[in-house]
Ligand binder design. Structure first.
Ligand SMILES: [Zn+2]
Length: 134
């Protein structure tokens, strides 16, 4: 389950950032996860709930923003959303395409303060970015 390693990396980076800011508690971590990372939301949630107790992120909220795959066609210039199996340009059928987004695995923001770490269960929220109108 690679989500455990991903979550460990996210937490390690978050702890570093919070420590550097002089914070003692992390209340929220927002991440962007591209559809093409093949990361399972439930597994991320499980990992976050398993790894945060007894840390400065205990009781924190993890907000997972799912990023759909989107590509640019180098033949006809169309930008389009697609799934991970179908990258062909829907306009002209070209395979000469450049991925614009969908491989993200980024920390967008961390909220931390100098209160004692919270007690209690973590919260995980999954949001879907809606494709913009073409
Ligand atoms: Zn095209």
């Amino acid at each position: 389950m690679h989500e455990m390693g991903i979550t460990q990396s996210i937490l390690a980076a978050s702890f570093d950032a919070a420590h550097n800011a002089g914070a003692t508690r992390i209340t929220e971590i927002r991440i962007s996860v591209g559809e093409l990372t093949e990361t399972v939301d439930f597994a991320l949630q499980f990992a976050f709930e398993a790894l945060t107790p007894e840390t400065m992120a205990e009781g924190a909220t993890l907000v997972i923003r799912k990023v759909p795959a989107r590509s640019h066609c180098n033949s006809c210039g169309t930008d389009y959303y697609h799934d991970r199996f179908e990258m062909v340009c829907p306009n002209c059928g070209s395979l000469d395409v450049t991925l614009l987004q969908g491989r993200e695995l980024d920390i967008d923001s961390i909220e931390a303060d100098d209160e004692p770490p919270s007690k209690g269960p973590a919260t995980v929220i999954v949001t879907d970015e809606q494709p913009a109108e073409e």
